[in-house]
Design a protein around this ligand. Structure first.
Ligand code: ZN
Length: 296
């Protein structure tokens, strides 16, 4: 599943392809992905010029000049391919993601956007857990998919105090609290495991134990900083933890080789002077990897 760094990387890759271009055609090869496309989808986007792109949690927002915004979630297997008019394997931006190159005719090529320069942007999604919607820009705050999302971990509002405010009344394991999208936007399992190890906090600790009546544990500032650093590192490394995502040379991104706890069961802990061993447990149906010796 694409995590926040992959979504950020896709958004940055799409920006030079889409920004300033007019969408001259939208073709839907089916009526739905995870949800049905809105009835006005093709009509609202045809003729629109893309002004900018942004990301919120794991959603890509494609802002258009007539006040409409295209909202995209890649689900588990969604990806974009770029097809240029005369070059079957174009390199139109710093990054694009094509895997096996889509031509718009494959069984999993569900949406085709035609741009005013002849380029086609093809959305493929074998498992169809992705979604797209189009909505009026001014309604973004109240959009059902965006309204309840928590603080953006790469934004200025993300720090120890923000985490403390969320953890204050949360009598749940720290890991569950961090994976709650109302607490932090778009944070996934891999990055939570890594950040908790770096901060030496146990994923089993109750979130509210880090908050006192008038102050909070200073490790919450460390936790926020480590989450930000780990996400930034992953974005710099090409954002890829997935075989499906390849950079322009067709290589998978390299960030997964740097995980120190995720998928490292039985490995020695890398914390200096800790002689612990990385252990795997299951929390809320998902794997947790941590060092029981130094994470308290
Ligand atoms: Zn350890």
């Amino acid at each position: 599943m694409p995590e926040l760094p992959e979504v950020e990387t896709v958004m940055r890759g799409l920006t030079p392809i889409l920004q300033g271009r007019r969408i001259v055609g939208v073709k839907l090869n089916r009526a739905n992905l995870r949800f049905p496309f809105p009835t006005n989808f093709v009509q609202d986007l045809t003729g629109a010029r893309v002004t900018s792109l942004s990301r919120r949690a794991k959603y890509i927002l494609i802002h258009c000049d007539h006040g409409q915004t295209l909202l995209v979630h890649l689900g588990m297997t969604g990806r974009f391919s770029v097809k240029a008019p005369e070059n079957p394997s174009p390199n139109l931006g710093a990054f694009y993601f094509d895997g096996p190159h889509a031509d718009g005719k494959g069984p999993h090529d569900h949406v085709i956007f035609s741009l005013d320069n002849g380029v086609q942007l093809i959305y493929s999604d074998p498992r169809r857990f992705g979604m797209m919607d189009v909505f009026a820009e001014h309604a973004a705050e109240s959009h059902e998919r965006l309204a309840h999302i928590g603080v953006e971990p790469l934004g200025n509002q993300f720090h120890g105090a923000a985490l403390a405010a969320q953890f204050k009344n949360r009598d749940v394991p720290l890991k569950s609290a961090l994976l709650d999208q109302r607490v932090v936007a778009g944070l996934g399992n891999i990055y939570v495991n890594e950040a908790l190890h770096r901060t030496r906090l146990s994923p089993l600790r109750r979130a509210k134990t880090l908050v006192k009546s008038s102050s909070f544990d200073p490790r919450l500032d460390d936790l926020a900083r480590h989450i930000r650093d780990i996400l930034q590192d992953a974005i710099r490394a090409g954002g890829s933890t997935l075989q499906d995502f390849a950079d322009t040379d067709g290589k998978a991104g390299s960030y997964q080789q740097r995980f120190v706890v995720y998928d490292q069961e039985h490995a020695p802990c890398v914390t200096p002077s800790c002689r612990g061993t990385i252990t795997r447990i299951v929390q809320s149906g998902r794997s947790t990897f941590y060092c029981p010796k130094c994470q308290k």
